[in-house]
Each structure stands twice: as C-alpha cells, then as structure tokens.
Design a protein around this ligand. Structure first.
Ligand code: RUB
Length: 320
C-alpha cells in the first residue's frame, strides 16, 4: 500500500463520512453515489499548491470514506472508478477532472439501476406477489419497471430488525401502487407459499456468486429454497467485489449493540452479550439469479463478468 501522508480532509468529506457511518446515508448504491460526490467535494475544497499534494488529499479522503462501512463494496468501487479517470498536469486540471469523473460515475449509477430494473421487471408477471428484505433501491427499480409495464403486484415486506429498513420499502412500494403487507422477520417462512419471487439486494457479490446482504437474507433464502420459491438478487455490477477474485473474503460489519437493545433493558435482563452483525452471506446454491444492468446471471457465472470488468488484480483507491 502507498503510504499517503496524513492530511486533513474537507469538512464536506467528514460530514458525508459521518452520515454513512451513522446510516443517515445507507444502502449500497446510495453510499456509492455519496462517496463519489464526497471526492468531488474534496477536489472543490482543496487548497493544495501542487498536483501531488492535491492527490494526497484525495487519497486521504478515500481512506476516511472507506473506513466508514466495510461490507458494501460499492463504496471502494465508486472511489476506484472516480480515481481511474483523474488526469491533469496542474491542480486546476486535476480538480476539473475529479468533478467530471464523479459526475459521470453518478450518471452511470443511475442509468445502470434503470437498466437493471428493466431486466428485473421482465421476471415479474402481472398479479405476482413478492417478498422483500431490508431496503434496496435496485430491488425497487425492478418493481418500478414492472409497474411501468402495467403489471399489478403485491408484496410481503419484512420489517428487517434491528433498524426496520422494511418500513422504507413499504412506503416506497405503496407509493408505486403495490399492495403491501408488513410482516415481522420471523413470519417470513409462514407466508413464502403465497410468494412468487423473493427479491433482495446486495452489498457485495463474491466471485463464487455468494450474495452478501442485510442480516437475515441467508435464512430467508434457505427457507425460500425449501419452499420452492425463487430467490432473485438485484445488484448492479458496482456490487461485484473484486477482492474476492484474489481470495479475499468480505468483511461483515458488526454494529453497536444499542441498535438491538437499550442499556436499561439490557441491564434488567442481566446484561447479556449482544451481537449485531449487519450482513450475512448467502451461498450461490440458494440464489436463482443475479440481476444486473448487463442482464441476468446464474450466480456461479458471475466470476466471468467480474474478470471482464475488473481484471485480475484489484487495488484500493488510495493505491492509485
Ligand atoms: O442491505 C442493504 C442495506 O443495508 P444498510 O441499511 O445496512 O445499508 C441493501 O439490501 C443493500 O445495500 C442494497 O441496497 P441498494 O440496492 O439500494 O444498493
């Protein structure tokens, strides 16, 4: 790893990093968009007097952003994308180039989600019932695409403890005209027989086709397989984890126990140890398809797309 000197990052970068850390900004695609905009903000705010100082500041900003949440690979992938196209012999040229690259990335992110939605929509038939877990904008794009095709859908929406992101999904689906039923997480199996497709998003997809998504996804997938209900993962290619091509595993974020239980209640029940993993890993055998903006893939074949997109030796954004 290149050791960039410690540098102060722009206030806007610290604010965005804080918002990602506290989950004011959350969900893999939204985090990617915010991270790219943060690099542009760093470029705008920079008072560096040399190109190398300017680039050191950008690398420092990338580190601060990457340190927020470890599981969503869309974050380092976004930074990598922006860095890749940065060119210039002067600070002003570099600054302009970062702005352009970040804008282009955010546009591509929107287009990819729209294109993915059209692919996902084709799987859904008029009158289908889906089940969702957490809140995924890629999943919502598929539903939106189906609704635009004139299909009428119903949804069982899992609450998604401990942070109840299912509430955001319920609201978004209702606004699209989907008939929504909210259920607690543990009720999922009971209703799977009434469901045509389980639709989930992803924070990372590993080279073997494993889907890393909100905690509870793997249990849902095992239950869906047992009931014969197809499970589909909607994930733009920004979710493909290049490090897994070279044997790295995806770090699962452990969050604070206060999300699970307040200190007073914990004390009343004898202060048990509390574990709060934010994500889990669903092996490819439980996933029927991964839907991307490049089309639909069986999970086991995703490695081919990863090689095409990333090559074989991915590096961290601040190494560029
Ligand atoms: O697991 C989550 C969000 O977790 P958290 O709430 O902890 O960030 C979402 O399913 C993925 O990030 C995909 O989201 P999107 O499809 O919007 O990228």
């Amino acid at each position: 790893m290149t050791d960039a000197p410690e540098r102060e990052v722009a206030e806007e970068v610290s604010r965005i990093a804080e918002d990602i850390d506290t989950m004011e900004i959350r969900g893999a695609a939204t985090i990617a968009d915010a991270a790219a905009r943060a690099l542009a903000a760093q470029a705008d705010a920079s008072e560096a007097e040399s190109p190398s100082a300017f680039l050191d500041e950008l690398r420092a900003a990338a580190r601060v952003l990457c340190d927020t949440r470890p599981t969503a690979v869309s974050l380092p992938n976004a930074l990598r994308y922006v860095f890749r196209d940065v060119r210039g012999a002067t600070v002003e040229e570099l600054r302009e180039s970062v702005r352009e690259s970040a804008d282009e990335f955010c546009e591509r992110l929107d287009t990819a989600q729209h294109d993915l939605g059209r692919v996902g929509a084709n799987r859904l038939r008029d009158g289908d019932t889906i089940m969702t877990h957490c809140h995924s904008t890629d999943v919502l794009a598929c539903v939106e695409g189906a609704v635009e095709q004139g299909k009428s859908l119903s949804a069982y929406v899992k609450e998604t403890r401990p942070r109840n992101q299912g509430h955001i999904t319920a609201e978004a689906l209702s606004e699209m005209g989907v008939d929504v039923t909210l259920i607690v997480d543990s009720a999922a199996r009971r209703y799977l027989n009434d469901v045509d497709h389980v639709l989930v998003g992803a924070d990372s997809i590993a080279a073997d086709g494993s889907v890393i998504n909100k905690i509870g996804t793997s249990g849902l997938a095992v239950n869906a397989r047992d009931r014969g209900t197809p499970i589909v993962c909607a994930a733009q290619t920004i979710k493909l984890h290049p490090g897994t091509l070279t044997g790295h595993t995806v770090e699962i974020e452990m969050r604070d126990e206060s999300e699970v239980i307040d200190p007073e209640t914990a004390s009343e029940i004898g202060d048990p140890e509390v574990l709060n993993p934010a994500f889990d890993v669903t092996p490819p055998r439980y996933v029927d398809a991964i839907i991307t903006e490049r089309g639909q893939f069986p999970p086991e074949s995703i490695v081919t797309l990863m090689r095409e997109l990333f090559g074989e030796s991915p590096i961290q954004p601040w190494e560029l």
